[in-house]
Ligand binder design. Sequence first.
Ligand code: FE2
Length: 424
Amino acid sequence: MLDLIIHNATLPDGRQHMDVGVSAGKITTIEAALAAPAHATVDAAGQLLSPPFVDPHFHMDSTLSYGLPRVNQSGTLLEGIALWGELKPQLTQDTIVQRALAYCDWAVAKGLLAIRSHVDICDPRLLATEALLHVKQLVRPYLDLQLVAFPQDGILRSPGAVDNLKRALAMGVDVVGGIPHFERTMADGAASVKLLCELAAVQGKLVDMHCDESDDPHSRHIETLAYETQRLGLHGRVTGSHCTSMHSMDNYYVSKLLALIKEAEVSIIANPLINITLQGRHDSYPKRRGMTRVPELMEKNINVAFGHDCVMDPWYSLGSGDMLEVAHMGLHVAQMTSQAGMRQCFEAVTTNAAKLMHLPNYGLAPGCDASFVLLQARDPVEAIRLRANRLMVWKNGRLLAQSPAATATLHLPGRPTSTSFMQG
Ligand code: FE2
């Protein structure tokens, strides 16, 4: 007797009329016309059943703090960092926990069940670290929260940051972070990458650094990150986040750089909503988009994912935990408008993100966790186009969230009342 069967689902790979059997929190079977007894059944009615959304780059310690203590007037990354510095002394563990839990509720409702969040460790009290480790335990039954020890003010530039970071790792933080472009010099930035990668190698941790988040075409920290990754044998365990400078780099240099990233099996995260708003701020016209070279990286079979980065914080006033909004922006900024390109944007917020986070048992296959989201869309492209409604969200076979189908009832002159689903 199965616990659950979802009938007549369309899967992201295009298979239609599939039945998904679930037992003890795992997917046991995916086949057409599954005839087995089950405690519960759901008719997917041909809609898309996807593995859950995964956000590989977020800042949960600052989320939902927009306007505190003031709004970012210039809209730049640097004013955002300064503003966060003003807010930090006012933070309490309780307010961080409450805001993070509120955000996790939004995330679950949007089918977002795994988040990698950076946590600023430059405060010697490690207030935010303690708070998010607590949140990680609280949400564990319904959301996988992976934490990155992130030296926001620079591991070398901020006094005591090396010790703080080591303490955060000892407390249970999962991943080593960094911000080489914010160190005082290019040489210090390179030294920070070396130091942090060596620390991760010794401790057996993954690495995810904010890397070259600027419009500076000469920022080269992703090169150093790829070099240290292969030197230390960290292949497949390292991620470069943002890498916006790559947008502005010389094409010849990039042709060499992509091969180094591929060789080291470094993953890249673009954050489309944030990159398109923070980059190019020093430009007049034309203004650069600033997002890293997503289709070119994918063309080289480098793992590329999209992150949300910020929701209602010193750097970004909008956002709602909707990874389809992230994919939608990424698709536009990267001009990935082919059918294949649009599907790759869907993968960037699902399977590619899960891969770099090393999430175990992720996916739609027998043996994987029975965690998925039923979308009001018939394929990944329609899901992105509509930022489709999440009809039902499951984690390990347990129903976590439901939303009513989005419809509009039309009362048009001269025509009978009708219902529109915006599914052409
Ligand atoms: Fe970030």
